[in-house]
Design a protein around this ligand. Structure first.
Ligand code: ZN
Length: 216
């Protein structure tokens, strides 16, 4: 038997928000959701990394090379004069991960999250230290512009909007692999596995995998 919503109360809430977002985007059932289409409604302006001016070749090289693991992208906390917010995505992470990052930013907007004031103040104080790698962990502070609960909710709702529970359950029942499901929704396999785990479908997934030929 298939359930429409995950069992836990928290996940149920996240799922309902996610279904609201999918509904708003006009996608149904198993259809993949395009976060780039939703970004416009959230007044998020996605800027290509290559369009950023004023970055030295060294910074550029660092952000896309050695430092590429340390940022996935995000929205600038201060809106533009016209009310839109800039979002920058890490091109080194590929389109699939970019979709999850952007979806999280869209979810923040739709859930009405307000950036964490303290973090903004910290940003200002540490602005002078941005260029050098200090030991105070300012990188983390700079990245955390929403409180922990809001971060969790936005990530979870975003992931649920990209990979809805009912469809995930059906795909698993039909013996599809995480890789195949990821391809269907244009997301990473890791995101699919995260969804399988948090919605408690892992056991069903493992059970289905014994019936599945390998290397698929
Ligand atoms: Zn966030």
């Amino acid at each position: 038997m298939l359930n429409l919503l995950p069992a836990s109360e928290k996940r149920k809430q996240f799922e309902l928000y996610a279904l609201g977002l999918r509904d708003f985007a006009g996608v149904q059932g198993e259809q993949p959701l395009d976060p780039f289409a939703l970004a416009e409604f959230a007044k998020l302006l996605v800027v290509d990394f290559d369009q950023i001016e004023g970055l030295s070749p060294e910074s550029r090289q660092h952000l896309l090379g050695e430092g590429a693991d340390q940022w996935s992208g995000g929205a600038c906390s201060r809106p533009l004069p016209n009310g839109w917010k800039l979002v920058i995505l890490n091109p080194a992470h590929g389109r699939q991960r970019n979709r999850a990052t952007l979806m999280e930013e869209v979810a923040h907007v739709f859930l009405g999250h307000q950036p964490n004031r303290l973090a903004i103040i910290n940003d200002g104080l540490k602005a002078g230290a941005r260029g050098n790698k200090d030991k105070s962990g300012s990188k983390q502070t700079l990245a955390r512009d929403y409180n922990h609960d809001d971060e969790e909710a936005a990530y979870a709702v975003g992931a649920a909007a990209l990979i809805p529970y009912a469809a995930l359950q059906r795909f698993i029942r039909d013996g599809r692999t995480a890789h195949q499901i990821a391809r269907h929704f244009h997301v990473s396999r890791q995101l699919v596995e995260y969804r399988i785990k948090v919605t408690h479908l892992w056991q069903a997934y493992k059970g289905a995998s014994t019936a599945r030929p390998e290397h698929v």
